[in-house]
Design a binder for this molecule. Structure first.
Ligand code: XBP
Ligand code: MG
Length: 247
């Protein structure tokens, strides 16, 4: 029996990457006097690396191999801290909405008494800021466990963050479903033994969906039907809880 929905954040709850994280990274680089500027296209490539600090390091290794810095990890940490500041500031303006159907499904899950959790690679304060900006101050309490960022040593696609949530909630993989947008997220959840529903977005539309139970373009609404890439909506036009219960 399905008891728990575990949500990814970036790309799943909201389309945060292109107009959110990417912009904030660039603001941090600019403030530090660095001429690094991540285009939308480049950022799509950098997204293969999860975690902002890890992503900056990967960028330097691949695109700025000659960049010299005595304490590189300290610089990356400092840049990332400023990036988080800019990102949170942006979220507070309400610039980034939830994806279609997210609020509706969250409400349906709450009404039916199922449990909610979050398993994300992003920084914890980004999650609480997004939830507050889009769902209100008390939305943080809707989630029994918000597992984020550096709380585990290995980020997605490793299973650590999902395993952490399962342990914190005291639930088995069989009673949970993960909602994800990317192949890194999918691999992470699968490796933890979970069933996965994927809502693809423009950055992840060509990602592998192998072994996902259901793959759609978004969760949909009664007046906004979803496109089903894989799986069965059982005659429904948008993703409702009873479809998830039968996966
Ligand atoms: C997405 C990520 C994060 C964000 C940036 O996480 O990989 O790194 O892109 O956030 P998920 P930080 O899809 O698991 O929510 O800079 O805070 O890492
Ligand atoms: Mg994601």
């Amino acid at each position: 029996m399905l008891t728990t929905l575990i949500w990814d954040v970036d790309g799943t709850l909201a389309d945060t990457e292109r107009d959110g994280h990417r912009v904030a990274f660039n603001q941090a680089f600019q403030e530090a006097g660095l001429d690094w500027d991540w285009s939308e296209e480049l950022y799509g490539e950098l997204l293969q690396v999860t975690g902002g600090k890890e992503r900056i390091k990967f960028y330097l290794e691949r695109y700025r191999p000659d960049f010299q810095q005595a304490d590189l990890m300290a610089l990356i940490a400092q840049l990332h801290q400023r990036k988080t500041h800019f990102y949170v500031e942006l979220l507070a303006t309400g610039a980034i909405p939830l994806r279609t159907g997210v609020k509706r499904l969250l409400q349906e899950v709450r009404t039916q008494g199922l449990r909610l959790a979050i398993a994300t690679t992003t920084t914890s304060e980004n999650v609480t800021s997004l939830l507050k900006a889009t769902l209100g101050e008390d939305a943080v309490d809707w989630f029994e466990c918000i597992a984020a960022g550096d709380v585990v040593p290995r980020k997605k696609p490793a299973p650590d963050i999902y395993e952490y949530v399962l342990a914190q909630m005291g639930v088995t993989p069989a009673e949970c479903i993960a909602l994800e947008d990317s192949s890194n997220g999918l691999r992470s959840a699968l490796a933890a033994g979970l069933k996965v529903v994927m809502t693809l977005n423009s950055y992840t539309q060509n990602d592998s969906t192998e072994r996902a139970s259901l793959v759609v373009d978004h969760l949909g609404e009664s007046d906004q039907p979803v496109q089903v890439f894989k799986g069965d909506l059982r005659g429904q036009t948008y993703v409702q809880l009873d479809v998830l219960q039968k996966l």
